[in-house]
Design a protein around this ligand. Structure first.
Ligand SMILES: Nc1ncnc2c1ncn2[C@@H]1O[C@H](COP(=O)(O)OP(=O)(O)OP(=O)(O)O)[C@@H](O)[C@H]1O
Ligand code: SF4
Length: 738
């Protein structure tokens, strides 16, 4: 269908548009007109994806006929495929309406792990192995040598693509991962490199957050995107954590050992280099001495898309680094290796300390400079200098240098930024105080560092999710100005959500998962009784979320000791998410089967886990969600403490405000799992008295608050059960009327 919104024709593929979709489009259009960024919270399952695609496409078709580029970032491949399905529906609508004057291309891009067609390479499974094997077949010098020596293996899909690339025409349409694989199989081309190539011509690009936020990947894939492209981050409630992860580096003792072996291997290769290799090393040294930049050197000869990855810089403002000449102390390959070895020895010393350590990254660099035989300026060049050396030695498969690369990346990032980082060494796993492998972390504390290149480059960045409250937090943490922030109610023809805050359990036990009160086993016991009572009245699927695996284990032990587990299983089958993803996927499949056959089941999981983030418990799979406690982060963690300190000093965000914000966004995310579309309905039980407090409750999204009346707050289990029964009766009678 087609309708007018503020003077713009909107092409929408469904016969009706929901009121919240209209409100969303109105605000989004205002932000586009204002050429500003926007933060929008939309109730779960009310069609956010199609609303975004429809408004943005209609807008670009009419206002920017020459640019027309939307970059839609999702967190997972599954989410990406869902977006592609909606894009396909929209594409057919646009075709029917005959609004496209020419080509319209939607490209979904994922890593080689998903797109590679070469069975031998694909069979390596792990992403970095697949990447490494692919590069060893496609690097320019390997292909060059293969011309003279046919025994050198190449990838037929890459070769075919290279030969036919210029004649290729791809029809308009939407190309998901599966479409690319089919397309590649039919034509004998590599879908990965083909999809990457087509990014430049695509009107709609759908890929993972990392392609924009991780500086290593964004330099490689997204650097040519035009500034007037519109960028969307969907499901962005954890975007700050993605940013932080992108610039953090972890090394443990096995990383150090691997890095050391790799450095020794390189030292031997350099020492024994003869003939062509020796000449290449000499050439590299001369080029660097004569003032040639690394960038220039790397791209100097017959460079291809595969080689780019080997020159990938590790930081976003690397352009500056690349344009500078390499400091003399690391120009010679053997000097550079000696420097790497002293760097590894220094990190090893830090890891071997018996006690924990936290220091600013500037202090770390100062100490390091006293141990390493190079000038401080060299630190920033470490990653690029390593890339150059591996390229010079014609090493195609980088997978065996992964640990060395991590060490180089750590030092490069630490020396690039003046603030926003800490060095943290944990000699053991701090929650349990159990001895395990020590870990050294370069912890990024400032999410805005990874986000800034995006918000500065692109005029319109859309941050959106079902759970973003309080909305002003995101612009503050990510350091950008939002032209519009808005949250929308759910339009209702019926009450489809029943939120309940239970403050007291059996025997009027005050419910709380507070860390320092976890010794009081009455609370987990009460949680068990609550689940049993709810299971008696709620049909089909129930999903329970704990703040952590440790707390879930504690509760299960208490339930077992008190025979609550047996009682529970007389009503429903019980499935549990663990940290093992294969085991959890099986549990989830069995849970769904139990719901399908009408037996009903319970799935127990943790906030921030896979089920909380990416699994839909729609319709009979999730009639009720129970939050056992509040999902606060583990506040004794050094990393969290350092981040809290930084947020206070840099952004004036108080510790408690951040912790509450974070716990409430996770809680809302868990609760939202049971409402996945407009025909769905579900009960949300917040079982912790702290949810009733003003500072917590007000941080729930509007679309949950709109269903939360006074008499649903701080109630006991009996009152809750009465309300649940009433609600289920209402839902059943409405279904009968229909
Ligand atoms: N106006 C509409 N009429 C009919 N169906 C719609 C309409 N809008 C969206 N839908 C459908 O509703 C379903 C839910 O949409 P979608 O997954 O985009 O929701 P969402 O808001 O992104 O949810 P979440 O943010 O929780 O993932 C999809 O199957 C979509 O095709
Ligand atoms: S070129 Fe493509 S098909 Fe060949 S190994 Fe690499 S990713 Fe796989």
């Amino acid at each position: 269908m087609k309708f007018q919104l503020d003077g713009l024709d909107i092409y929408f593929p469904y016969p009706h548009v929901y009121p919240e979709q209209l409100s969303y489009m109105t605000q989004l259009k205002k932000a586009l007109d204002a050429k500003g960024h926007v933060v929008l919270e939309m109730p779960s399952g009310t069609g956010k994806t199609i609303t975004l695609l429809s408004l943005l496409t209609s807008y670009l078709l009419q206002t920017q006929p020459t640019v027309r580029k939307i970059i839609y970032c999702t967190r997972t491949v599954e989410e990406m495929e869902k977006v592609m399905e909606e894009a396909n529906i929209l594409y057919h609508c646009l075709q029917q309406e005959r609004v496209m004057d020419g080509h319209f291309l939607c490209v979904g891009l994922a890593s080689r792990k998903h797109l590679c067609l070469n069975e031998q390479v694909f069979s390596y499974g792990e992403g970095f192995m697949v990447d490494g094997r692919c590069r060893s077949l496609t690097a320019s010098w390997i292909r060059e040598k293969a011309k003279a020596d046919p025994s050198i293996p190449q990838c037929p899909f890459y070769e075919c693509l290279e030969q036919q690339m210029d004649e290729m025409m791809i029809p308009s349409g939407v190309y998901s991962i599966q479409d690319w694989r089919r397309w590649g199989e039919r034509n004998g081309w590599c879908p990965y490199f083909y999809a990457r190539k087509l990014l430049a011509f695509a009107n709609l690009v759908v890929y993972s957050y990392h392609y924009l936020l991780d500086p290593k990947v964004s330099q490689l894939v997204s650097r040519e995107l035009p500034q007037d492209a519109i960028v969307v981050f969907d499901e962005a409630h954890n975007i700050d954590n993605v940013c932080i992860e992108a610039l953090s580096v972890w090394v443990n003792t096995s990383t150090i050992d691997d890095a050391n072996n790799a450095a020794m291997y390189l030292a031997n290769r350099i020492a024994s280099a003869k003939g062509q290799s020796f000449a290449m090393l000499q050439q590299e040294y001369q080029n660097l001495t004569q003032g040639q930049t690394i960038h220039h050197w790397l791209v100097s000869s017959s460079f291809n898309a595969s080689d780019w990855e080997m020159s990938q810089p590790s930081i976003h403002d690397v352009h500056q680094t690349l344009e500078e000449t390499v400091p003399p102390s690391i120009r010679k390959a053997e000097h550079f290796i000696a420097y790497l070895q002293s760097l590894i020895a220094y990190l090893k010393n830090l890891l071997n300390r018996p006690e924990a350590l936290e220091m600013t990254h500037t202090k770390f660099l100062q100490e390091l400079s006293q141990q390493c035989p190079v000038d401080v300026k060299s630190f920033r060049f470490t990653s690029d200098r390593l890339s150059s050396l591996l390229r010079t030695l014609e090493i195609g498969d980088w997978s065996r240098f992964r640990s060395l690369d991590s060490v180089a990346e750590l030092i490069t990032i630490a020396s690039t930024y003046s603030s926003g980082f800490a060095i943290i060494v944990e000699p053991f796993e701090i929650k349990s105080h159990a001895w395990s492998s020590p870990v050294l972390q370069l912890a990024c504390l400032d999410a805005s560092l990874a986000m800034m290149p995006v918000t500065r480059k692109f005029r319109n960045v859309v941050i959106t999710s079902g759970t973003l409250s309080p909305l002003d937090f995101y612009p503050r943490m990510l350091n950008f100005r939002a032209a519009i922030t808005a949250s929308f109610n759910m339009s209702i023809s019926r009450r489809c959500v029943l939120p309940l805050i239970i403050g007291m359990g059996e025997d009027r036990v005050l419910l709380t998962s507070k860390f320092n009160q976890r010794g009081e086993l009455q609370v987990p016991k009460s949680y068990g009784r609550i689940l049993i009572e709810i299971s008696k009245v709620v049909p089909d699927g129930i999903v329970g979320f704990f703040p952590s695996y440790e707390y879930m284990e504690l509760a299960l032990d208490v339930w077992k000791e008190n025979n609550l587990l047996d009682e529970l299983q007389t009503m429903k089958l019980l499935f549990i998410e663990t940290s093992d993803s294969a085991e959890s996927s099986l549990a989830l499949r069995n849970f769904r089967t139990a719901c399908d056959i009408g037996r009903g089941a319970i799935f127990l999981s943790v906030a921030r886990g896979k089920a909380a983030e990416g699994i839909d418990f729609d319709h009979h799979y999730g009639r009720c969600v129970v939050l056992f406690g509040m999902p606060f982060q583990y506040t004794e963690s050094r990393e969290l403490k350092a981040r809290l300190r930084y947020l206070r000093e840099r952004f004036q965000i108080m510790e408690n405000d951040f912790l509450v914000f974070d716990a409430m966004r996770q809680a809302a995310q868990c609760a939202g799992r049971v409402i996945r579309n407009k025909s769905d309905y579900g009960i949300m039980v917040f079982a912790d008295r702290r949810y009733a407090r003003y500072d917590k409750i007000t941080k729930l999204p509007r679309w949950i608050l709109q269903f939360l009346s006074e008499d649903q707050i701080y109630i006991d289990i009996e009152t809750a059960l009465t309300k649940i029964k009433q609600f289920l009766l209402e839902m059943a009678s409405q279904a009968l009327v229909k």
